[in-house]
Structure formats: C-alpha cells, structure tokens
Design a protein around this ligand. Structure first.
Ligand SMILES: [Zn+2]
Length: 297
C-alpha cells in the first residue's frame, strides 16, 4: 500500500483527448456535451475524497440521456485506453506513475492495468476521471472487481488521498516451528482513527494481502537461509541479529511498511529465531549428516 501523487491531468483533458479520437461525429459530440456533468462529478469526488467520504457518491446508470454506462464503457475501452489513440498517452501517464511500476494497492506485483476506484459500471460519470483511475496489478484489479463501498469503514485504500503514516503499522510475528512461520497483523498508527484502522484491515481482506505476504515471506526466508546459517555459525545469535537489523534498516529506509520491512523487524526481534530458528528454515529432513542438502525427490 503506497501513496501516489494525484494525476496532474483532469477530466477535461481526458474527455477532449477521447473526443478527438472518436470518428463517429454524434458520439464525439455527445461526449463533449457530457463534459459539464463529468466536471461536476469530478469536483464532488475531489471534495469527498479529501475527507474519506467517497462512499457517499450516488451510483447512476448514465452520464447524460445520450450516454449510458455501457456506452461510456465502450468509450473508455475503445478510445481512451486503446493503443494508438490520441488519449492513450494520458492513460499511460496514469498507469506508469508508480515507482518501479509496482502496484500501489499490494506493494508487491507489477502494474498491469488501470483500476476504477469507484467502478465504471456503477459510476459512468467518473469513468474517464483521472483521480478515480488507479494503476493496479491484475490480481488487485480482479479482487476488487465492481465492489462499491457502502460506508466509510469498508472503503479500500485510495493511493491519491490516503496517507498511512511512516510510523510502523505492518507487523510480522514469527512462530517457533520448523520451518519458522510468519503471520502479519495491522497495528494502528497513532495518527489513525477507528475508521482508518477499519479501512486498512478491510483493504487487506479484500486484496488478500496477508496470504500474499505470508507466501512472499516464506520465499524470502528460503532465499536467506544459507547466509543466516553461516553468520550464525561464525558469530552466534548476536551476529544474526546484527545482520537482520541491517537488512531491516535498509528496507525501512525505502518503505517503512513493506512486508519485507515487517519481516526483517520480526526476525530481528525474535530471540528464538536469532538463536535457533534461523537454522530451521531449510527442511531438515532433506539435509544429510554432512550438512549438505539432498536434491528433492
Ligand atoms: Zn496489486
């Protein structure tokens, strides 16, 4: 979950660019005629989004009598987002905004598409509105689907509006087991109110982030297991902790609440892991008496 700068473009830019690429004259004119309604909706969105109240926007079936939700969907797909269209550069500007092309909704996978925060089927007036268009990976886009928030608490994270704080709020717990297992939990930051806490937890649930992070953490631990065993054998638990702290600080400087930051903090703070757990990451049944891993059968 990562905050993004809001797009520098507005609905008037996307609507003009779209209309310029529509060869059916009546349709292009109908879209231009709809611009005042689209702008009014954009102004309402900006006002309510700034205070976390986008759930108050009423769904609708059409933009104007001439443009219903289906036609607006066609305009979005066949004109706004179409490769080679005059508006595609605006679409790409939104899609390619995140650093390293990483999805702001999960913080893990690559951006593949643009998600409508308020879904296009229910909010056609916001279909081309940049502030409603969020770069996303395919999985996050699919998991969110056309869900419509009905209360302040069940709104998912909005990267253009929501500031989650640099304080540590994503926490990893290490369970003593062979191999060690990790779970993640949300510890509300001091700046969050009850609504923000509920929203972050809802976002985790809707996007399946705990399962994603648990799988990534298991893979990360497998990646570092040999190095940790070497460090532990040479310098003992204190050396392991020192190494993990260095890894934590490096991740924390980049993103204070990535799953990696949380993982390395959790590993560092686990006395059990530093003393013993780091030697249990590899499946011991696959290691022979010489300490050499056997190929998996
Ligand atoms: Zn994602």
């Amino acid at each position: 979950m990562k905050r993004l700068h809001p797009p520098l473009i507005q609905a008037t830019d996307t609507v003009h660019a779209c209309a310029a690429g529509i060869t059916i004259a009546d349709r292009a004119q109908a879209l231009m005629d709809a611009l005042p309604a689209i702008q009014r909706s954009e102004a309402e969105y900006l006002e309510l989004g700034a205070t976390g109240q986008l759930y108050r926007i009423t769904p609708s079936d059409s933009v104007t009598p001439a443009i219903d939700a289906t036609l607006m969907g066609v305009i979005y797909k066949s004109h706004f987002a179409r490769q080679g269209s005059p508006s595609r550069t605006l679409y790409d500007q939104i899609r390619m905004a995140p650093e390293f092309g990483i999805c702001p909704l999960c913080g893990q996978r690559n951006v593949a598409t643009v998600d409508h925060y308020l879904p296009q089927t229910r909010f056609p007036t916001l279909n081309l509105t940049p502030i409603n268009l969020i770069p996303a990976c395919s999985d996050c886009n699919k998991k969110k689907l056309a869900s419509v928030p009905t209360s302040a608490e069940n709104q998912t994270f909005h990267p253009y509006f929501d500031e989650l704080s640099n304080e540590r709020w994503l926490i990893a717990e290490i369970q003593p087991s062979a191999p060690p297992t990790v779970s993640f939990e949300i510890r509300p930051a001091g700046t969050w109110d009850a609504v923000m806490t509920a929203r972050v937890r809802n976002h985790f649930l809707v996007m399946g982030l705990e399962e994603l992070y648990i799988a990534q953490a298991a893979s990360e631990m497998a990646d570092i297991s040999y190095a940790l065993e070497d460090i532990g054998a040479a310098t003992g638990p204190d050396g392991v902790r020192l190494h993990l702290n260095s890894q934590f600080r490096s991740r924390h400087a980049h993103n204070p609440n990535s799953w990696k930051t949380a993982l390395y903090e959790g590993l560092r703070d686990s006395d059990w892991f530093c003393a013993e757990g780091h030697r249990l990451i590899r499946n011991r049944s696959q290691i022979n008496t010489m300490g050499v891993a056997q190929p998996a059968l």
